[in-house]
Unconditional design. Structure first.
Length: 145
């Protein structure tokens, strides 16, 4: 079981590290356009979200992969996933012109339906991690957190 939890932790963390990194290396205008397509955030705040969100994904994804603040990191990432799923469902229900989710910048292109299924699966795994104590190959365990 500890190996499976380690694999789950690294998987979820790596998804967010990749997601954050791929957005950071792309022009911010690309992500701003995706955010605007969801028609959820008012114009003055789009640039702030487009700047901050990739950094948070990168930081908390790294923390989770390393097993540092594991419960906090998996909780934050679970909240992100719940928000992403809600926005995807909203865009599908309102038939918004969202052709790709914007999840991974220009690295991996997913339709809203593909992203919805992926995010739902990752959310289940992330919620399992929220309930777990720090274990094998975890900085939390080394630091006695």
């Amino acid at each position: 079981m500890p190996f499976i939890l380690l694999a789950m932790r690294i998987f979820v963390g790596a998804v967010f590290v990749y997601s954050g990194w791929s957005k950071l290396i792309s022009p911010i205008e690309n992500f701003m356009a995706v955010i605007e397509g969801y028609q959820f955030i008012k114009q003055p705040y789009i640039s702030t979200v487009a700047f901050v969100l990739p950094w948070l994904e990168l930081i908390f994804g790294t923390f989770l992969s390393l097993g540092f603040l594991t419960r906090v990191s998996s909780t934050v990432l679970s909240i992100f996933l719940a928000v992403f799923i809600t926005l995807l469902l909203r865009s599908l229900m309102l038939h918004l012109p969202v052709a790709e989710c914007g999840c991974f910048g220009s690295g991996i292109i997913l339709t809203p339906w593909q992203a919805l299924f992926l995010d739902s699966g990752i959310l289940v795994v992330s919620l399992i991690l929220v309930r777990q104590r720090p274990r094998w190959l975890s900085l939390d365990r080394i630091l006695n957190r």
